[in-house]
Design a protein. Structure first.
Length: 311
């Protein structure tokens, strides 16, 4: 099982980091923690992570501009091979460039039922409002504070006589349960055949005059009233591969692509002899721009001249 590589950012004790770390020790967990980094070199969570054999990095942000410090953290995450970032009590506002660099792959846990109570003092605000439940949310990080798409939530009952401290303690238990589960779901999503098919479908059907039709049990994409220009293949005849098949200019181009990047391209059975090529979608990081380009090139090869000239 290939596990997704996750970097965790903390500022203090790192209790949510610890929850993610211990969950990752299960053999069936789809992610592993490859780095724990902090903006305080004395953060207690760094010692815990190091004791558990996880690489750590700690540096104070003091005296550095936000973009400068974020560039340092970004470099450490990428050096560690992180593919996702989990914020776990990271008390720093992030620069737009850093957020953009991890768009869709950075998550945060927040102690309220978003969109309620963004920012600080969430428990006190819930109590002051007379809420009967509080809770926590895991969301994708965007440029706006606590505003990204919510991936999961857990409600926690507010009891008579609760204080911000007693409510926070119970919600923290819920956080430790919720965060590992939601992170596992997120990193697994991009290897799910259904999700991968949706990505191919979105790009193929965005091309002019295209439609979808099953062919030999596989989803195929064709120009309306014309020829197929792409197929989605998952474990075809038990080969264990998930891919999109597209046309090339012929065997010469096909072999050139395979020789240049054999981990991505392969010659598919049946269609391979006629110059089609398979682009694997089951790797660690699919280059969707490349997939989009190859779909468009394949579409142009089968499109009528008048239609092709318009695109």
């Amino acid at each position: 099982m290939t596990k997704a590589k996750v970097g965790v950012l903390i500022s203090g004790r790192g209790s949510n980091m610890a929850a993610l770390l211990y969950a990752s020790k299960r053999s069936d967990c789809p992610y592993e923690i490859v780095l724990v980094a902090a903006n305080d070199p004395d953060a207690a969570g760094l010692k815990l992570a190091a004791a558990e054999g996880v690489a750590t990095f700690g540096q104070s942000h003091k005296g550095l501009k936000r973009e400068e410090f974020d560039a340092i953290i970004d470099a450490e995450l990428r050096k560690a091979g992180a593919h996702y970032v989990a914020l776990a009590g990271y008390m720093r506002l992030l620069s737009p460039g850093f957020v953009d660099g991890w768009a869709g792959r950075m998550v945060n846990i927040h102690p309220s039922l978003l969109p309620k109570y963004k920012g600080l003092d969430t428990h006190e605000r819930a109590l002051d409002a007379g809420d009967t439940v509080g809770g926590c949310s895991v969301h994708i990080v965007t440029a706006e504070l606590d505003d990204g798409p919510v991936l999961g939530q857990t409600e926690v009952a507010i009891l008579p006589g609760d204080t911000p401290e007693t409510l926070a303690a119970r919600i923290l238990i819920a956080e430790h349960q919720l965060y590992p589960r939601v992170l596992a779901e997120l990193v697994s999503r991009e290897t799910s055949p259904d999700w991968l098919l949706d990505q191919v479908r979105e790009r193929a059907l965005a091309l002019p005059k295209t439609t979808e039709k099953s062919s030999h049990g596989s989803p195929g994409f064709l120009i309306e009233g014309g020829k197929f220009f792409a197929y989605f293949s998952h474990d075809h005849h038990g080969d264990g591969i998930t891919s999109v098949l597209v046309k090339t200019g012929g065997p010469e181009e096909q072999m050139m692509l395979i020789e240049a990047d054999p981990d991505i391209y392969y010659k598919p059975p049946y269609l391979g002899p006629s110059g089609w090529i398979g682009i694997r979608l089951d790797g660690d990081d699919v280059d969707w721009e490349r997939v989009e380009e190859k779909l468009a090139a394949s579409w142009r090869m089968v499109a009528p001249k008048k239609l092709a000239m318009l695109f």
